[in-house]
Design a protein around this ligand. Structure first.
Ligand SMILES: [Zn+2]
Length: 472
């Protein structure tokens, strides 16, 4: 695709550069407490530029709010966090509110946009899920599979808002799992887009073409900052999805899936890209700038391919009895939010094994010639007074002990010590098995062994262990 230096691209460059001035601090963590969001929105009560109001409540009685900006004839509706554990766009929306609220050198541009469109934003459609940091709502319903049955109060609110506004454009804002690559490259997508389909034939109509052209423009805008990291999301028709049904109602529908960027655990950089992307979309739609772009530009964006892992260990020797095979092992990390400690903890599992030559990973290590062993449990039972020191832990691991037995039961699930903990009476199967916890040992003659400790491959005493361990 030939890059086009439109006025919107210049606008995007400016707001990218000036982003820090609009950044809303206090929401740096990927976990967003619903009450904190609601009380932040209260700050705009007396705003002349933004109207904040409650549109209803979640099943557990948490407020669901909307923010309305502008008074143009065309409505743009966007919503975030219909999946409770996907907060990136919610946090970007707070930055967008600051952009519109504060007087600055962009006032003329803003006025130009807001004369043409009225923006309605529902941040955090699923506050009950957000509170628990789960995808689903309090009824265990996936709101994005409830657009037709409308069994949840949250889905009803979104549906009513759409029916009332008859929007000319909708943005459906999500976070995607870390399992895709951009086409068959080794890049993880930082953002994936989709001009959502309205039937299983994936037909085109004028609305879908509009969404495609806007996405082609977004890909062009982001290409300088994150080249090779933009992709298209899977376009399979989902008859129960909101995007699919709103598209069926003739609305141009853009799905934005926030992805991953290296060393950006809380997705602050992806949040910034959301800020730039969403504001650029507003301006593009208001001024029909997207017409400079083609459907073919959209088709050239690489698709997501489901082949990304957190770690792949390649070419290890695996024995079952006397039968020997050479295999690759892939590891995926899962993250749990612990309310008491206000922190995310990792639980890593063995995702796949065998010939994984079609798979890629954030980190790949070739352990050719190394043989796999299962870790051991300590003979000694420890209490909090006798728990091994960091030096003793290194010695334990070097003797293949990666689980220490406790005398008394712990109610925690995660340990911040660099060794796993086993409760009294817990049994352990530490063998190599799909979906088993990722703790293994790799040994080769005349070489330092490697230890896979809750999904992180280390040489104890040499490498610093960055993550946490498990209490089983
Ligand atoms: Zn989602």
């Amino acid at each position: 695709m030939v890059s086009k230096k439109t006025t919107n691209k210049i606008f995007a460059e400016l707001i990218f550069r000036e982003y820090e001035r609009f950044y809303q601090s206090g929401f740096e963590n990927f976990y967003v407490e619903p009450k904190k969001l609601a009380s932040h929105l209260d700050n705009f009560k007396n705003s002349q530029k933004l109207k904040v109001c409650q549109i209803g409540s979640s099943l557990e009685g948490r407020s669901i709010n909307k923010i309305v900006i502008g008074n143009g004839p065309a409505n743009v509706l966007l919503w975030s966090q219909m999946h409770g554990d996907e907060s990136t766009a919610t946090r970007a929306i707070l930055d967008i509110l600051n952009f519109f609220e504060k007087e600055n050198e962009f006032d003329e541009i803003k006025q130009d946009i807001l004369e043409k469109i009225t923006i309605t934003i529902i941040p955090m459609l699923n506050p009950d899920g957000a509170k628990k940091f789960t995808r689903r709502n309090a009824q265990q319903i996936d709101l994005n599979r409830d657009a037709v049955a409308l069994q949840s109060p949250e889905a009803n609110l979104l549906f009513e808002e759409k029916s009332r506004l008859a929007p000319g454009l909708c943005l459906n804002l999500h976070d995607q799992e870390n399992k895709y690559s951009v086409g068959f490259t080794n890049n993880a997508p930082v953002i994936s887009f989709l001009a959502t389909t309205f039937n299983k034939e994936k037909d085109l109509n004028e609305s879908r073409k509009t969404a495609m052209k806007i996405i082609a423009e977004c890909a062009d805008i982001l290409s300088d900052n994150v080249p090779g990291h933009i992709s298209r999301y899977d376009d399979m028709f989902e008859p129960r999805g909101f995007g699919d049904n709103f598209a069926l109602a003739g609305i141009p529908l853009i799905l934005i899936e926030s992805g991953w960027w290296k060393n950006d655990f809380h997705k602050e950089y992806v949040r910034k890209l959301n800020f730039v992307t969403i504001l650029s979309i507003f301006r593009s739609f208001a001024k029909a700038i997207y017409n400079h772009f083609l459907i073919e530009d959209y088709s050239q964006i690489p698709e997501n391919v489901d082949r990304m892992n957190d770690l792949i260990i390649r070419n290890v020797r695996y024995y079952v009895g006397d039968v020997f095979s050479k295999i690759d092992i892939s590891i995926k990390h899962k993250w749990d939010f612990n309310h008491n400690r206000n922190k995310f903890f990792r639980k890593s599992i063995i995702a796949d094994l065998g010939d994984l030559s079609t798979q890629t990973a954030e980190k790949e290590v070739n352990l050719s010639g190394y043989r796999i062993f299962s870790p051991k449990v300590s003979d000694y039972e420890y209490s909090s007074d006798t728990f091994p020191t960091e030096e003793q832990i290194i010695e334990l691991i070097k003797s293949d002990v990666m689980f220490v037995r406790l005398k008394e039961k712990s109610d925690d699930k995660y340990s911040e010590k660099p060794i796993n903990i086993l409760n009294p009476n817990s049994t352990l199967d530490s063998s190599l098995k799909i979906d088993n916890y990722a703790n293994l040992i790799f040994k080769k003659d005349n070489a330092e062994p490697y230890y896979l400790l809750n999904g992180e491959l280390i040489k104890p005493g040499i490498d610093y262990f960055e993550s946490n361990c498990l209490i089983l």
